[in-house]
Design a protein around this ligand. Structure first.
Ligand code: BGC
Length: 365
């Protein structure tokens, strides 16, 4: 090899090396600027971050479709992702949505800490957040959309009392168990506040006896079954009524009762799920709480549009998040029993065929 060829070879190597160094540096600064490794995969206006698909079927069967149609009707480009109970995954989904240009995030947090971190991240990218259904304590949300969740709990408490009156155990000092939602969900705190406001005075007067009272981590239905089985074991089956915070937890109670061949007792629920309504019409569940997700999604979409356009939006309350009052839209929950469950069909929430089928068909009018 001649000297000149060698020098040319060295020069080429040097140039290639330099190009590589520049490319790596450029990529690194791009990552630093976006704060994530996410690549833009679409262009969106608003992103919904759902929590999981197991703590309640509502997120995938109701919220997804009603939010989708509300955004479509509003002409907004949107994405809907589900974190499946993993806070880190929700964080990554938020990063991706922001990289894709989302101006508004609709967040259903998994816990207030991870939720607040997502809201801080969004703010640093100039995006706004709306707390959807669950309030993020000490967060940064521009708005909160939900139901009056203390009222949800009051309906559950009143429904339990009505069930105990109807089966004759009200006057026999029934032992009441409480199966609460996730300790990391502010809603669970509010539901409990609601049913305890009905039950505590009755414990105090000696009308009811307070039995076991436990929260279910992450609203996990499987854990709820174990917890309730332990409650039965501990009390030698001496439980006459259960305040269960949603239909999934109520169904865990019912499964445990059936497994032990015990008789139905008043059990509450929430979300007006097909399974919950089947438990109601077959006499195993006293009530559920219907929260119109169509209204909740519609309200959220209106707020998102207002934020995107920089216009003021209508709210009907303020809720304190531990630091400040968050302007809120709070909707009214409806109690569902055997006597009014068909409202769910006429409202387009459930299809009759989802409820009135198989062994449950005979309970439908
Ligand atoms: C929601 C309920 C739901 C529960 C479990 C709560 O924050 O308000 O509708 O059943 O989470 O997902």
């Amino acid at each position: 090899m001649s000297w000149s060829k060698k020098t040319r070879g060295l020069r080429t190597l040097w140039v290639v090396g330099l190009v590589l160094v520049i490319a790596v540096a450029a990529a690194a600064s791009a990552i630093a600027a976006s704060g994530s490794k996410a690549k833009r995969t679409a262009s969106i206006d608003v992103a919904v971050l759902l929590p999981d698909s197991k703590s309640s079927v509502r997120w995938e069967t109701q919220d997804r479709r009603f939010l989708g149609s509300a955004f479509k009707a509003a002409g907004l480009k949107y994405s809907i992702t589900n974190a499946e109970g993993d806070a880190q995954r929700q964080r990554a989904q938020a990063e991706q949505a922001l990289t894709n240009g989302a101006k508004v995030l609709l967040l259903v947090n998994l816990d207030s800490g991870s939720g607040a971190a997502i809201e801080t991240l969004a703010a640093s990218k100039g995006a706004k957040t709306i707390d959807y259904d669950r309030l993020t304590l000490k967060g940064k949300a521009a708005y909160y959309v939900s139901f009056d969740n203390v009222q949800v709990g009051k309906l559950q408490g009143k429904g339990l009392v009505a069930g105990l009156k109807a089966n004759g155990s009200y006057s026999k000092h029934p032992v009441i168990a409480e199966l609460n939602g996730s300790p990391t969900d502010n809603n669970a705190t509010l539901f409990k506040q609601g049913y305890d406001s009905i039950l505590n005075p009755l414990y105090k007067s000696g009308t009811f006896k307070k039995g076991p009272d436990q929260s279910v981590p992450a609203w996990d239905n499987q854990k709820a079954l174990t917890i309730f089985e332990q409650m039965l074991a501990k009390t030698s089956n001496n439980i006459q009524g259960v305040a269960a915070a949603n239909d999934g937890l109520g169904n865990a109670v019912i499964s445990a009762l059936k497994a032990r061949k015990l008789k139905p007792i008043p059990v509450t629920g929430q979300d007006a799920t097909a399974q919950g309504v089947q438990n109601i019409i077959s006499g195993w569940q006293t009530m559920s709480v219907y929260k119109s997700i169509k209204l909740e999604a519609g309200a959220a979409s209106k707020l998102a549009i207002a934020l995107i356009k920089g216009q003021p939006a209508k709210t009907n309350g303020k809720v304190n998040d531990g630091n400040r009052n968050v302007p809120s839209v709070l909707l009214t929950p409806i109690s569902i029993t055997k006597s009014n469950y068909t409202l769910l069909f006429t409202d387009g929430f459930l299809k009759k065929g989802e409820v009135c089928r198989g062994e449950f068909a005979k309970f439908c009018k």
